[in-house]
Design a protein around this ligand. Structure first.
Ligand code: ADP
Ligand code: MG
Length: 644
């Protein structure tokens, strides 16, 4: 129900997504220019038979080497009196046809070999790849020359030669991608469902590999046209009288000084043609690569962009971390995604604040905004302030932020499997974290690393220092991440679902470890989770988040005993209680609203059992209800005095 928004909006929202790729290419000015030039050239080449051009092969000895702009010969004539313009147009037709066909042949064969090798693995892979390696062992153009020498000169043989020498390029690329995909779970699932290998390759793997093939093709067409021209230039491709751009260049070379226009015209055309194809190829690559598409790779930035006008006043001066009115947005495809829409949080020393909410409610983005870790582009901090001991983190210079990261403010990221570097030993990674902020010798830092591993209850810590991440279980890796976060005794520890990947026993240990940290070290912990069970075990305060906003805050005991927001109630009702088999678990129906089209009024209204007409309009404030509690609801389950 929530998804079916007003029809007009849906149409408008769907349009950019569908034309996304074309639009992205069009937004890239160079690619657009290349596309226009290429379109004109291709149209001319296609229209060659109907254009009013003289026969390209008709010789006219009386009109040899006419200069450009001569009557009847716009670009002049060559040494045999043939019209250069006409030969250019027909020659371009040939060059394009050969270049594109060679690309298709190379892509087809190369991709097939790559798919087979990557999917089958083992002997098949070894044999196919050694064959490819043998082709690659010869210098590229020499191999093409040798093939043409064996087959005999001619355009079709040149096409084969060019295709063959390019097969390894496709095969290697596609094999690499396939290898990564063939061991993934969705392929295992397809295998389990009884699909044949052929159907898995064509149905599961090929669609994932297709963008790579298309990108590789678009970036090699230009190259293949150049190679064909090279072979023709040497007299091994197009044979007289047939014109292609390379052979025209070769013929013009002999009279370069007497009649430069004969070779300059095809030379320029080759340049323009290949250049425009390459620009389009680059544009296609940028548009098809999802990471480039979101802008993540094109302009990486070490810190989230801050685009706020003025900083709001502090709310709690004595808090270790005081976040006020934080708004973080993503700009994607011309739409603004409001991931965090005005969040206030106060984290006091020695206290654990639980940030709870469904997946996608903006918890991670809130936490990452504090230290400027949200990727820009597409992210930006649009409003708000985060103060640590009075220092406005959003106003600090980059250098100061770098000092604070990992020292005063430490993170444990959501995914323990990808936050450790796979090629370094875990000990070295902890040592690095320690030495980035403290002037310790390697030996001292190693001692400290071992002590940290012992602290997070990793058995035999000394020996484990030399382990690589893949030698540890998921739970151990998560504990290594926690050890790294604790390396510099942070004042603030932000833990993003640190126990989600762990089994219950390890989870309980980690939770008691974190409890100990606050009690002994006075560390303030921002604990992100979607599990109210974990909240009740560790958090003093809780903030419930929905669709980018805090909907309820208060002391954990009070909130769990009597939740005020229907959403909080729903989250608590989802937690199973051991020993209470009769308890019914009630899921919250429906889905959160899309963050690029948040509804007016309460974002939870569509899923709320208590919804009334006034919930769907205006701004609903986070109102205090009793001591230290607040709720963003017009009809809360608990009210502070005045009835709701
Ligand atoms: P969670 O509460 O599960 O931690 P997040 O904070 O990760 O949720 O995400 C909140 C919203 O922001 C989601 O809708 C997500 O799609 C969006 N989002 C997060 N990171 C990015 C990103 N790098 N680019 C675009 N959108 C993002
Ligand atoms: Mg998250």
């Amino acid at each position: 129900m929530a998804v079916a928004a007003a029809p007009a909006e849906t149409v408008e929202g769907a349009a950019p997504r569908r034309t996304g790729t074309l639009r992205l290419i069009a937004r890239n000015r160079l690619a657009l220019a290349g596309m226009c030039v290429l379109a004109v050239l291709v149209l001319i080449a296609l229209a060659a038979p109907i254009l009013p051009l003289p026969d390209p092969d008709a010789t006219e000895p009386a009109n040899r080497l006419l200069l450009p702009m001569s009557v009847g010969h716009l670009l002049g004539t060559d040494a045999l009196g043939r019209d250069i313009l006409s030969r250019l147009v027909w020659g371009m037709r040939v060059s394009l046809a050969v270049g594109i066909s060679a690309t298709l042949v190379a892509a087809l064969l190369g991709s097939a070999i790559g798919l087979a090798a990557g999917y089958a693995g083992g002997w098949t892979d070894s044999i196919l790849m050694r064959g490819i390696d043998m082709v690659m062992a010869f210098p590229y153009i020499l191999l093409a020359l040798a093939i043409v020498a064996v087959l005999g000169p001619g355009l079709v043989n040149a096409l084969y030669a060019i295709a063959v020498v390019n097969i390894p390029f496709f095969a290697r690329n596609i094999r690499g991608v396939t290898l990564g995909l063939a061991r993934r779970e969705f392929v295992d699932a397809a295998r389990l469902s009884g699909k044949s290998n052929l159907r898995i390759v064509t149905g599961e793997i090929l669609p994932n590999v297709m963008p790579v093939i298309v990108v590789t093709m678009s970036t090699t067409v230009g190259w293949m046209i150049l190679e064909t021209a090279g072979l023709s230039f040497l007299g091994l491709g197009a044979q007289p009288p047939q014109a292609d751009l390379g052979s025209m260049l070769g013929e013009g070379r002999k009279i370069l000084f007497n009649a430069p226009h004969v070779s300059i015209a095809p030379g320029l055309l080759i340049f323009v043609l290949v250049m425009s194809i390459n620009l389009v190829g680059d544009g296609v690559r940028d548009a098809l690569d999802p990471r480039l598409r979101s802008g993540a790779l094109s302009r990486p930035s070490a810190r989230t962009a801050i685009r706020r006008t003025g900083a709001p006043a502090p709310r709690e001066r004595d808090a270790a971390l005081d976040v006020v009115g934080l708004r973080t947005e993503f700009d994607i495809g011309g739409r603004v995604h409001r991931a965090v829409g005005g969040v206030d949080l106060a984290l006091r020393g020695g206290e654990c604040l639980g940030l709870v909410g469904e997946s996608g409610s903006g918890k991670s983005v809130t936490a990452m905004s504090v230290m400027g870790l949200v990727p820009t582009p597409p992210g930006r901090i649009a409003a708000g302030a985060a103060r640590m001991d009075g220092e406005d983190l959003f106003a600090l210079p980059d250098e100061r932020i770098r000092q604070l990261r990992g020292a005063a403010v430490a993170y444990v990221f959501q995914d323990p499997l990808s936050s450790l570097h796979p090629l370094h030993r875990v000990g070295d990674q902890i040592v690095e974290a320690v030495r980035a902020h403290r002037p310790l010798s390697r030996r001292q830092a190693r001692d400290r690393a071992a002590a940290l591993l012992a602290l997070v209850r990793i058995p035999n810590p000394r020996a484990r220092l030399d382990a690589y991440p893949h030698e540890l279980s998921g739970g151990m890796r998560q504990r290594v991440c926690i050890a790294m976060a604790l390396a510099n005794e942070p004042a603030i520890l932000i833990a993003d679902e640190p126990t989600t990947a762990l089994d219950v026993t390890v989870q309980a240990r980690i939770l008691s470890l974190m409890r100990g940290l606050q009690d002994e070290g006075g560390t303030a912990v921002l604990f992100i989770t979607h599990d109210f069970g974990v909240v009740s075990a560790i958090c003093d305060q809780v903030a419930v988040m929905y669709a980018g906003r805090i909907v309820e805050t208060g002391a954990t005991d009070a909130v769990i005993a009597a939740p005020a927001h229907p959403y909080t109630r729903g989250l608590i009702d989802c937690v199973p209680v051991l020993g209470e088999p009769g308890r019914r678990i009630t899921p919250i129906e429906g889905h959160p609203p899309p963050i690029d089209r948040l509804p007016e009024g309460c974002a939870f209204a569509d899923r709320c059992p208590r919804v009334q007409d006034d919930c769907r309009s205006g701004e609903i404030a986070l109102d205090a209800i009793g001591a230290g509690r607040a709720v963003r609801c017009l009809h809360p389950l608990v009210s502070g005095g005045a009835d709701g």
